[in-house]
Design a protein around this ligand. Sequence first.
Ligand code: ZN
Length: 180
Amino acid sequence: MLLLLKILFLRINFENYIYIITTMDSQNTEYYMLEALVQAKKAWKVDEVPIGAIIVKDNKIIARAHNQLICNTDPSGHAEIIAIREAAKNIGNYRLVGCDMYVTLEPCLMCLGAIFNSRIANLSFGAYDLKTGVCESILMLGENNYLNHHCKIKGGILEEESKYLLGKFFEAKRQKKTAT
Ligand code: ZN
Protein backbone atom coordinates (compact mmCIF):
# COMPACT_ATOMS: atom_id res chain seq x y z
CA MET A 1 0.00 0.00 0.00
CA LEU A 2 2.81 2.36 0.89
CA LEU A 3 4.38 1.81 -2.52
CA LEU A 4 1.16 2.59 -4.38
CA LEU A 5 0.76 5.83 -2.48
CA LYS A 6 4.24 6.88 -3.47
CA ILE A 7 3.62 6.18 -7.13
CA LEU A 8 0.52 8.33 -7.01
CA PHE A 9 2.44 11.11 -5.30
CA LEU A 10 5.02 11.20 -8.05
CA ARG A 11 2.43 11.15 -10.81
CA ILE A 12 0.45 14.03 -9.36
CA ASN A 13 3.48 16.26 -9.48
CA PHE A 14 4.66 15.45 -12.98
CA GLU A 15 2.39 15.26 -16.00
CA ASN A 16 2.84 12.35 -18.37
CA TYR A 17 4.90 10.59 -15.81
CA ILE A 18 4.44 6.86 -16.01
CA TYR A 19 5.78 4.58 -13.38
CA ILE A 20 6.58 0.96 -13.98
CA ILE A 21 6.85 -1.08 -10.85
CA THR A 22 7.19 -4.81 -11.10
CA THR A 23 6.27 -5.96 -7.62
CA MET A 24 5.39 -4.56 -4.25
CA ASP A 25 7.97 -6.71 -2.54
CA SER A 26 9.75 -4.61 0.07
CA GLN A 27 13.00 -6.39 -0.78
CA ASN A 28 12.74 -5.39 -4.42
CA THR A 29 15.43 -3.19 -5.93
CA GLU A 30 12.86 -0.95 -7.62
CA TYR A 31 11.04 -0.48 -4.34
CA TYR A 32 14.17 0.94 -2.72
CA MET A 33 15.06 3.01 -5.77
CA LEU A 34 11.61 4.54 -5.55
CA GLU A 35 12.46 5.58 -2.00
CA ALA A 36 15.64 7.19 -3.33
CA LEU A 37 13.56 8.99 -5.97
CA VAL A 38 11.32 10.41 -3.26
CA GLN A 39 14.49 11.85 -1.71
CA ALA A 40 15.51 13.24 -5.10
CA LYS A 41 12.22 15.10 -5.26
CA LYS A 42 12.91 16.60 -1.86
CA ALA A 43 16.15 18.02 -3.26
CA TRP A 44 14.22 19.65 -6.09
CA LYS A 45 11.83 21.27 -3.62
CA VAL A 46 14.75 23.17 -2.09
CA ASP A 47 16.20 23.96 -5.52
CA GLU A 48 19.01 21.42 -5.32
CA VAL A 49 19.84 19.05 -8.20
CA PRO A 50 17.36 16.18 -7.69
CA ILE A 51 19.51 13.30 -6.53
CA GLY A 52 18.50 11.05 -3.66
CA ALA A 53 20.09 8.14 -1.83
CA ILE A 54 19.06 5.64 0.78
CA ILE A 55 20.93 2.95 2.71
CA VAL A 56 19.37 -0.36 3.62
CA LYS A 57 20.47 -2.90 6.24
CA ASP A 58 18.59 -6.13 6.94
CA ASN A 59 15.72 -4.94 4.70
CA LYS A 60 15.34 -1.76 6.74
CA ILE A 61 16.09 1.76 5.53
CA ILE A 62 18.64 3.19 7.95
CA ALA A 63 19.41 6.45 6.10
CA ARG A 64 17.67 8.75 3.66
CA ALA A 65 19.32 11.76 2.06
CA HIS A 66 19.20 14.18 -0.81
CA ASN A 67 21.65 16.63 -2.33
CA GLN A 68 22.34 19.56 0.00
CA LEU A 69 25.27 21.39 -1.53
CA ILE A 70 23.70 24.83 -1.72
CA CYS A 71 21.56 24.52 1.42
CA ASN A 72 24.54 23.56 3.56
CA THR A 73 27.19 25.50 1.60
CA ASP A 74 29.00 22.18 1.36
CA PRO A 75 30.85 20.99 -1.75
CA SER A 76 30.72 17.45 -0.32
CA GLY A 77 26.96 17.63 0.29
CA HIS A 78 26.08 14.92 -2.21
CA ALA A 79 23.19 12.61 -1.27
CA GLU A 80 25.51 9.60 -0.98
CA ILE A 81 27.88 11.30 1.49
CA ILE A 82 25.03 12.54 3.68
CA ALA A 83 23.39 9.10 3.63
CA ILE A 84 26.67 7.38 4.60
CA ARG A 85 27.16 9.76 7.53
CA GLU A 86 23.61 9.24 8.72
CA ALA A 87 23.78 5.45 8.38
CA ALA A 88 27.08 5.25 10.29
CA LYS A 89 25.63 7.36 13.08
CA ASN A 90 22.48 5.23 13.19
CA ILE A 91 24.27 1.91 13.49
CA GLY A 92 27.13 3.29 15.60
CA ASN A 93 29.79 1.96 13.28
CA TYR A 94 32.02 3.73 10.77
CA ARG A 95 31.94 0.61 8.62
CA LEU A 96 28.63 -0.04 6.92
CA VAL A 97 29.07 -3.79 6.73
CA GLY A 98 26.07 -5.58 5.25
CA CYS A 99 24.55 -2.33 4.00
CA ASP A 100 23.30 -1.55 0.51
CA MET A 101 22.98 1.85 -1.12
CA TYR A 102 20.40 2.95 -3.68
CA VAL A 103 21.13 6.25 -5.40
CA THR A 104 19.27 7.85 -8.29
CA LEU A 105 22.38 8.88 -10.26
CA GLU A 106 25.69 7.14 -10.92
CA PRO A 107 28.11 8.27 -8.19
CA CYS A 108 30.98 10.68 -8.77
CA LEU A 109 34.61 10.05 -7.79
CA MET A 110 34.18 11.53 -4.30
CA CYS A 111 31.08 9.50 -3.53
CA LEU A 112 32.35 6.21 -4.91
CA GLY A 113 35.47 6.66 -2.77
CA ALA A 114 33.29 7.12 0.30
CA ILE A 115 31.13 4.14 -0.71
CA PHE A 116 34.20 1.91 -1.00
CA ASN A 117 35.67 3.20 2.26
CA SER A 118 32.43 2.67 4.14
CA ARG A 119 32.38 -1.01 3.04
CA ILE A 120 28.93 -0.83 1.51
CA ALA A 121 28.19 -4.27 0.06
CA ASN A 122 25.91 -3.46 -2.87
CA LEU A 123 25.42 -0.26 -4.81
CA SER A 124 22.44 0.22 -7.12
CA PHE A 125 22.15 3.42 -9.11
CA GLY A 126 19.52 4.82 -11.46
CA ALA A 127 20.65 7.02 -14.33
CA TYR A 128 24.12 6.92 -15.83
CA ASP A 129 26.07 10.15 -15.48
CA LEU A 130 28.05 10.69 -18.65
CA LYS A 131 29.85 13.70 -17.18
CA THR A 132 30.97 12.58 -13.73
CA GLY A 133 29.90 8.96 -13.23
CA VAL A 134 32.84 6.75 -12.36
CA CYS A 135 31.19 3.33 -11.99
CA GLU A 136 30.76 2.77 -15.71
CA SER A 137 30.48 6.06 -17.62
CA ILE A 138 33.73 8.04 -17.64
CA LEU A 139 35.72 5.55 -15.55
CA MET A 140 35.01 1.92 -14.73
CA LEU A 141 36.17 1.98 -11.12
CA GLY A 142 33.62 -0.62 -10.12
CA GLU A 143 35.73 -3.16 -11.98
CA ASN A 144 39.12 -1.88 -10.86
CA ASN A 145 40.76 -4.59 -8.79
CA TYR A 146 43.60 -2.31 -7.65
CA LEU A 147 41.10 -0.60 -5.41
CA ASN A 148 40.54 -2.68 -2.33
CA HIS A 149 36.78 -2.82 -2.35
CA HIS A 150 34.14 -5.51 -2.26
CA CYS A 151 31.18 -3.54 -3.50
CA LYS A 152 28.92 -4.99 -6.16
CA ILE A 153 27.55 -2.35 -8.50
CA LYS A 154 24.45 -2.37 -10.66
CA GLY A 155 23.28 0.58 -12.77
CA GLY A 156 20.14 1.46 -14.67
CA ILE A 157 17.58 0.75 -11.92
CA LEU A 158 14.52 2.94 -12.72
CA GLU A 159 16.90 4.78 -15.04
CA GLU A 160 14.19 6.54 -17.02
CA GLU A 161 12.52 7.90 -13.89
CA SER A 162 15.80 9.31 -12.56
CA LYS A 163 16.64 10.83 -15.94
CA TYR A 164 13.18 12.32 -16.20
CA LEU A 165 13.50 14.10 -12.87
CA LEU A 166 16.93 15.50 -13.72
CA GLY A 167 15.84 16.50 -17.23
CA LYS A 168 12.77 18.35 -15.96
CA PHE A 169 14.79 20.10 -13.28
CA PHE A 170 17.35 21.49 -15.70
CA GLU A 171 14.65 22.34 -18.24
CA ALA A 172 12.86 24.44 -15.60
CA LYS A 173 16.17 26.10 -14.71
CA ARG A 174 16.79 27.01 -18.36
CA GLN A 175 13.27 28.39 -18.76
CA LYS A 176 13.69 30.53 -15.65
CA LYS A 177 16.98 31.88 -16.98
CA THR A 178 15.47 32.78 -20.36
CA ALA A 179 12.54 34.51 -18.70
CA THR A 180 14.79 36.83 -16.67
ZN1 ZN B 1 28.96 12.50 -5.62
